[in-house]
Design a protein around this ligand. Sequence first.
Ligand code: PSU
Ligand code: MN
Length: 303
Amino acid sequence: MNNLLHFSPSIRQALADGAPVVALESTVITHGLPYPQNVATALAMEAAVRAGGAQPATIAVLHGRLTVGLELDDIERLGQLAGSGVVRKCSRRDLPIAVACGEDGATTVAGTMVVAHMAGIELFATGGIGGVHRGHPFDVSADLRELGQTPVTVVSSGAKSILDLPATREVLETEGVTIVGYGVDELPAFFARSCGLPVDVRLDSPAAVAALIVARRQLGLAGGTLVTVPAPEEACMDPDEAEAAAAQAAREADAAGIHGPLATPWLLRRVVELTDGRSMTANTALLTNNGRIAAEIAVALAG
Ligand code: PSU
Ligand code: MN
């Protein structure tokens, strides 16, 4: 196995046995949520993956090592460093920096997909993917290109409306990414159960999603699949409130000249502030729901 990779004993064993494993990202811990809610959410997500019948492998770069399956104290340490700026946000282009410099790095959706694929993990659960920023058509998250080239299935609740969702959907089409609506015909927009855009196919069971993943593999298509799951009904925010917060955050970011990799963390933090933390409750609920569904798909795929 690649000597850059470091596995926790339980994940090493699960992968050797061909048992279902679900990858989880770490940028949501260091750049997506504040401490201590970030740690509580990360652990709740791990528990949800176990409840769905799979092993959770939270991924990060620890002292330059690509680590697959963080221990509890690693999650706590990264969680405490949220917002400190000392943990590098690692998308594809940042991974070599963190490795070469022996740094701690939190993996984004793109970064987590790269490491999960190296490790032989096919399922990955998160909350929201990156996309095309509103009013900045050239600020396109590397998550979209990664989905186009790396064969990992990402289970998420779509993307936050801090992004330009129609443009994001167009880029995914160009990249050849199949967008599945899990039990829905329209693309969820994180806090809202729909943004009015269609998905490519609606599938209603883990077995149906597993069959699509197998078909993609048999066709020899390089990229991944995006499975979108709406937030649980009771966790959804008022769509007008969520939209107003996203729009205000985007305007403020422009006025403050926030751009590049800082943009997404800045917007996420601002949306939590503008919604008095209501967005965080919804966030935790959808993250754990996605973890369980990804586990069920991993079980179907292993079976
Ligand atoms: N959207 C969220 N929460 C998050 C992120 C996005 O609702 O935590 C994180 C993910 O790690 C995602 C990254 O991969 O932000 C995208 O950043 P960028 O736009 O810089 O590629
Ligand atoms: Mn960007």
